[in-house]
Structure formats: C-alpha cells, structure tokens
Design a protein around this ligand. Sequence first.
Ligand SMILES: [Fe+2]
Ligand SMILES: [Fe+2]
Length: 474
Amino acid sequence: MNKFNYQENIPNNVNLNDNLSLQRALEQWQPKFQNWWKNMGPDGFQNSDVYLRTATSVDSAGWASYGKVKMPDYRWGIFLAERSKDKKIGFGDFKNQPVWQQVPGDYRSILRRLIVTQGDTEPASVEQQRMLGKTCPSLYDLRNLFQINVEEGRHLWAMAYLLHAYFGRDGREEADGLLERHSGDKDNPRILGTFNEPITDWVSFIMFTYFTDRDGKFQLKSLAESGFDPLARTCQFMLTEEAHHMQVGETSITRMIDKTLETMKNNNSDSESKIRSYGAIDLPTIQKYINFWFSSSLDLFGSESSSNAATAFANGLKGRPDERQYGDNMELDTSYLIESHENGKIVNKEVPTRNAMNEITRIAYIKDCEIGVKRWNRMIQKSGFDFTLSLPSSRFRRNIGIWSEMNFDINGKIITKAKYKNNIFSWIPSETDKDFINSLMVQVTEPGKTASWISPPSRGINSLEINYKYVDIK
Ligand SMILES: [Fe+2]
Ligand SMILES: [Fe+2]
C-alpha cells in the first residue's frame, strides 16, 4: 500500500509531520475527500491541466505558486495565519483576556456548530457548480471556475482540520458529515438554503460569486475575530483566497454588462427582444438575477434579532466584522434599533445590541454589495442609456427572520400574498428568462475566444496573455 506522504501532499503550517494523531485522523478522511471530489466535484476535466494558484505559505509577499495542475492532484493545504504573541480576545464578556488555543469546554458544542455551518458551505458550492464546465464562456472563465472550486475544497480542508484537531471523536463524525450532505439532496441537504439552490448557468454563477461569496467574506471576518485562536487564524487566511472569488464575481458582472451596453449602442436600442436576439442579456434580466441572488444571500446572516448570535458574541466566539472599528466591544447594556413590524406596519424596535449582531453584519454586507452596483450604474450612465440597477429592499423575498412571514414588493412595501405571487416573475427570473439564459450557455474553449453574452476579460491571470491556454482540456 502506498503510504500517503503528508509533507509532499498537504502543504501546511500546522506541523502536520510531527502530529501523529492528526495524521491518523486525516488518513481516514483524505480518501473520503478524494472520493467526494471525484463524484461531486467538477464533472469532467479531471484529467485536464489547469493553470491554478496553490497556497504554499502564509507569507503575504508570496503566499501562492502558479502552475498547471490536474485538479485531483491539487495540493489542498492547511494554513493558519501566523500566531501573534500576547493576542487578546477583542470583544464580549472575555474581552482583554488571552485568546484560547484549545476549545473552552463550556463552548464546545456552539463552536463546533459554528465551524460545521461554515464548513458545510465550502463543498456545497463546489457541488452546486459542478456542471458549469460544460458551458464555460471561455478558457479564462473555466480556469477561474476551477480555481474557485479547488479553493473551496481547501476551505473544506481548513474546517475539517479544526474538527479533527480540536474536537475528538465528534469532530471526526462532523468532518465526515461535511462530505455526506449534498447540495439539493432531498434527504440530506446542505445546512443553509442558498447552498441548495441549483447553479446551472453562468449568470447565476457570477451572481453567486458576487453576492454569496461576499456573505462568506463577512462570515469569515466575524469568525476571524473569534477568541478561539485556531479558528480565527484559519479564517483570516481563507479571506485571502475569498477575495479572488468576489473579484471573479465583480469583473464577470462588469464584463456581462459591458457586452450588453455595447450591443445596445451598436443597435441603438434597449429593446429586450432585440438585445436578446444579438445574444446579449438585457439589463432588466440582469436586474432579476441580482434580485434573486441578493435576496437569497441575505438569509444567510440569520434572524435580525437572535439569541444564538448574542450568546456567540457574549462568549467571545463570533464577533462583528472588523470588531476594532466599534468603540464598544462589550455591548453589555446597549441597544440597537432594528426594523420590525407591528400590526402590519413597519416600525423601529429596540433590541439589545448583542441580539442584533446578525443584522449589524447584514447591513455592513449590503453596503459592500452596493459598491459594485454603483460602478455598473456609472458604466450605464456613461453609455448614455437611461437605466439604473439597484439592490432590492432587504425585506424582499426573505425566508428567514422577521420578514419571512410577510410579503413585500421589490421596494420593501408590504403587499398581499396574491399580489406577490402575481408579480414575482417580474422581479426574479421566470422560466422564460431562464430558458433564454440557458440558450446562451454554449461552451467556448478556443483560447482567446469568448461567448456572445460577455466581453473578454481586460487582462489575463498572473500577467499571462488573455489568449493563454489556461486549461488543456483532456
Ligand atoms: Fe470558501
Ligand atoms: Fe468562496
């Protein structure tokens, strides 16, 4: 039997070589992971050579190497940001006490739940995206898809590492569970709703990377504040990779809109049918995809007022993103105004700040989402057309939290269920819209060529040419 070589196969900065019990645990898990990748990872392309970035250290000057790799041979590593000396807990009841290097006994199950919930999203997105290679708009995009997929695989490794290293037997069981639940599975689905939504077209994929990976950024930032230091440092390093996922989202949506505007200009028309007939995507349809993925991603933050969130904050396990920006990191007796409803009317309601952590984080997320929307609107304005993209109201189409029992229009106005049902497909993609989008999804694999609905990228990867052969398809 071939012995698995840790040093060679799992780049890491957790002394894996010297940690026999962790090696033994991962020995069991690693083949299950490989199996999962084979069955649930990208469909096809497993023999293709892909120009990929691999994390090899946490040195900010050069933390990754680039080169052609077959995806099953990707070196999924375990990296934690460097440990800083005398680090103190930054928030909650234990503020200013030393961070924990081991799991505090009292908070074992809540910490485990936080790690499992985060860990579950990583393989889920790989599963959601597994068919997209068949309809890639270019080799460059295909490579970006696979880059994201292998990095989500590495994020799964990061969370599985924490479970194996710090949670004993139940950690091992949970790490197995991460490979056993599957996106959209009727009997054993992924934990969070958005991660069970099918992603069968590239417009959904680029919206997902803009909106849903950005939720990931905010969750990771909150966990990077954790008093449980191994979790904090793991998430800090994951954020380095996550930035690229969101950048793929932002630049891809920009390229899609660019193509739409070019088509509108060339034909001096904003007619939906005309734009569509030229193989570009009309702006109202793009707006519908924004509405869908934004509203779905908002649910990932949880209820506006949450006792779980309050407990995680009080115990120093999960903070707010960039906790240092707040003057008060204890929020002991403070309160926060959230929007709520009473007798069918929207009212402001005061809740303890600790209970409002989800909402505070969601609001920061929405602000971050708006940056791209502003940029896209400037492009539209510059091209001389009268159209404004916008984010829907955060009350629209919510399935979790205080708005989930009510119906709202896109502007957040309360409407009847009947009105909502009658209008929903003027706000989110209808079957006809989806059919049209699917009709555009044709695979383009000639180097330097790009599908009709999206402009070519403005530059290549890691200073390579745009028409470099980013994937040798085999
Ligand atoms: Fe991730
Ligand atoms: Fe991601």
